[in-house]
Each structure stands twice: as structure tokens, then as C-alpha cells.
Ligand binder design. Structure first.
Ligand code: NAD
Length: 334
């Protein structure tokens, strides 16, 4: 199969591409190497991918519509996976424009490219942040998402809505995933696990927001990739409830939205204990209040994922954190 994936120099896109290449698929990876975090890590991820057969690297921005459309047409993919985005809740307060440019304009351009290429399936990354201030847990896909508490979430809700319209108008089978705090080797330096490990190994205190009482439905990267690959085969058809009565399939478009997570939230303090255990060192903790734009708990209802794929993420926090720590030590030679 030919896959066109945006964001392959990023954490999730890298892992997905690596797995697909190992299975013998062709992957064109499109990424702008944005400088939101250390570009060396992005280069290192692409260097790994370039060692595998079947990988084509294209360095380009989503905002460059002609380049994006040309790249997609040249690849002629059966499947498009759109992962490139300006991620992160907190940075959307500091630099809101980056979110509108990458996630709103960039996703619109990607939809135009998909319209021209007519893939068998378009898959897009949305986020648990779209559930915003929703007090009802677990979060299930049918709940309303009209109360975002960050611009990041607002741009992802907009992307979902645009994708529904394109699925309807141009008959593009489309699945939007909502990811929940993904972690693992080659992870993002702006996320808690990377920051904790780096601080503890460097002998610095860690900042623990929400006094450590926040809960997150952490998803290990290999589990997420497995779910994405299985969902790629679950091509939506308008009005056909393949996932049972809870299916979010649109009545008018070949479009559905699916949570990807295990549905087992973990308290931040327990997550930190797993990090301490994996490192064999205690952390010095700065207990801090909640940050603006953050939510107290994310907790997925993974029922639809299970109904569509027969699969649920299951890697334990201890296993996942220790895999990250091994990678971190190896990558930084410490
Ligand atoms: P990442 O930042 O590691 O990867 C994103 C990649 O997209 C980067 O390599 C970046 O260079 C590229 N990119 C960003 N803006 C671009 C632009 N305008 N043009 C071209 N390339 C651009 O992030 P990630 O953790 O791999 O996230 C992948 C997707 O999953 C994103 O859409 C993100 O919003 C979503 N998501 C991630 C998580 C998580 O926990 N990691 C949770 C929810 C949703």
C-alpha cells in the first residue's frame, strides 16, 4: 500500500511510518521540521526512516498548498494520515497564530490535496483536548465538544468539522482520531515524561502541575500505532453503523470520530512514581497549581475503538515508562 503521512519527523508520525515500512508498505513522509522543539530530534527520526526501504522524505510546510498538493499527487496514496500539527495546549497561549496557521490553514490545504487525490481512506489526528471543560467522564465521542478551553482544542474541533464537510461534499472516507496523552521512546521534549526524566537525571527539581492530582489516560506509542493501523482498515460508510449503536458514523458522510486510549486514567503522582522507579532515583518536586488551558482529568470511553478493531491499548505505565527511559539513556548516551 502507498501511504502519505504528514508529520513523520514528529513523535507519532515517526513511529507509524517506521511500523508501516517494516511491514513492506511505501511511505511518503511530509514534514516542515518546525522549530517548536529541538529540530535535531526531528532530523534523527527522519534519518532512521531513511534507512528503511520504501521511504520518501519531503520537507515542506502544510501552508504551502501547491507543494502539498504536488507531493500528494506524486505519491498517489491509497491512505493519507494527517498528523502534522502545532501540538501542545500551553504553547497555544503564547503563540496562538501558529495553531491557526498549521492546524486550520494547514488542515484545509491537506483536505484540498485529499480532494484532488481521492484516497480510499483519510485519517486525521484530533485530540482529547476537544472535550475541554466537559465534566462528564469518561469522554465518549457522542458528547458535545462545543466548550474548548484552549485555542489548540478549538483548531482541532475546526479541523474535525472541515473534514466532515469534505467527506460529505467530495465522498472522501474519513476517520478523525482523538488521541489521549501519548508517550514512549522518541517522545516529545515539551511533554511531561521527557521533562521529568531530563530534570531528574540532571539533578533538577520537577514542576508538578495541579499538585500532581491531575489524571491522564496515558497511551503507549506502540499501542496507539496498532490502533491506527487497525482503524485504517475500518473504512467508514455513511450511515453504516459498523461499530454498533454507539458508532459515531455520520448519517450523511463517510466520516467517523474515534477515541484512541485504554480508558484507564492514571494520577500524575503515580506516573511520577513509575518514572522514579525506572530511573532508580527520587525526584525533587515543585508542587504547582493547574496551568491555564489544562483540564483536571482526561478519561476515554474506548468502546467504539474496541467495537471497530477488537483491540484496546494495554501496555502498563511501568513497562512504557521504562521503555522510554532506556531509549532516553541510549539516545543521550547517559
Ligand atoms: P510532534 O510535534 O512531535 O509532531 C508534529 C510534526 O508536524 C512535527 O515534526 C512538525 O515539524 C510537523 N509540523 C507542524 N506544523 C507543521 C506545518 N505547518 N507544516 C509541516 N509540518 C508541520 O507531535 P506528535 O506528538 O507526534 O503529534 C502528532 C499529532 O497527534 C498532532 O496532530 C497532535 O495534535 C496529535 N496529538 C498528539 C498527542 C500526544 O500526546 N502526542 C495527543 C493528542 C493529539
Amino acid at each position: 500500500m502507498r501511504y502519505f503521512i504528514t508529520g513523520t519527523a514528529g513523535f507519532i508520525g515517526f513511529h507509524l511510518a517506521r511500523r508501516l515500512l517494516a511491514e513492506g508498505h511505501q511511505v511518503t513522509g511530509y514534514d516542515g521540521f518546525t522549530d517548536y522543539y529541538d529540530v535535531t530530534l526531528k532530523r534523527a527520526r527522519h534519518a532512521e526512516l531513511k534507512q528503511q526501504q520504501g521511504f520518501t522524505e519531503i520537507i515542506g510546510r502544510l501552508e504551502d498548498m501547491p507543494a502539498l498538493i504536488t507531493a500528494v499527487q506524486h505519491c498517489a496514496p491509497q491512505v493519507i494520515v494527517h498528523l502534522a500539527a502545532q501540538a501542545g495546549v500551553r504553547y497555544s497561549i503564547e503563540n496562538p497564530r501558529a495553531y491557526v496557521e498549521s492546524n486550520s490553514v494547514g488542515s484545509f490545504n491537506l483536505l484540498e490535496a485529499a480532494r484532488a487525490a481521492q484516497p480510499q481512506h483519510l485519517l486525521l489526528a484530533s485530540t482529547s483536548s476537544v472535550y475541554g471543560a466537559n465534566p462528564e467522564t469518561p469522554f465518549s465521542e457522542g458528547q458535545r465538544v462545543g466548550c474548548p478551553v484552549s485555542l489548540y482544542a478549538a483548531t482541532k474541533i475546526g479541523m474535525e468539522a472541515m473534514a466532515h464537510a469534505y467527506a460529505h461534499l467530495h465522498a472522501i472516507p474519513t476517520t478523525a482520531f482523538r488521541f489521549f496523552t501519548v508517550y514512549g521512546p522518541w517522545g516529545r521534549p515539551d511533554m511531561a515524561l521527557f521533562k521529568f526524566v531530563s530534570a531528574i537525571l540532571g539533578g533538577r527539581p520537577i514542576d508538578v502541575y495541579g499538585n500532581g492530582r491531575m489524571r491522564r489516560d496515558f497511551t503507549y506509542i506502540d499501542d496507539l500505532v496498532e490502533a491506527v493501523i487497525r482503524l485504517a482498515d475500518a473504512v467508514p460508510q455513511a450511515g453504516l453503523h459498523a461499530g454498533g449503536p454507539e458508532d459515531t458514523i455520520s448519517p450523511v458522510a463517510p466520516y467517523r470520530v474515534v477515541n484512541i486510549a485504554g480508558g484507564q486514567p492514571v494520577e500524575l503522582l503515580d506516573f511520577i512514581s513509575a518514572v522514579e522507579h525506572a530511573l532508580g532515583r527520587k525526584a525533587e518536586r515543585n508542587l504547582m497549581p493547574m496551568q491555564q488551558g489544562d483540564v483536571v482529568e482526561t478519561h476515554a470511553d474506548p468502546g467504539l475503538l474496541h467495537a471497530l478493531t477488537g483491540y484496546l491499548p494495554g501496555t502498563s505505565i511501568d513497562e512504557g515508562v521504562s521503555a522510554f527511559v532506556s531509549w532516553y539513556r541510549h539516545y543521550h548516551s547517559i
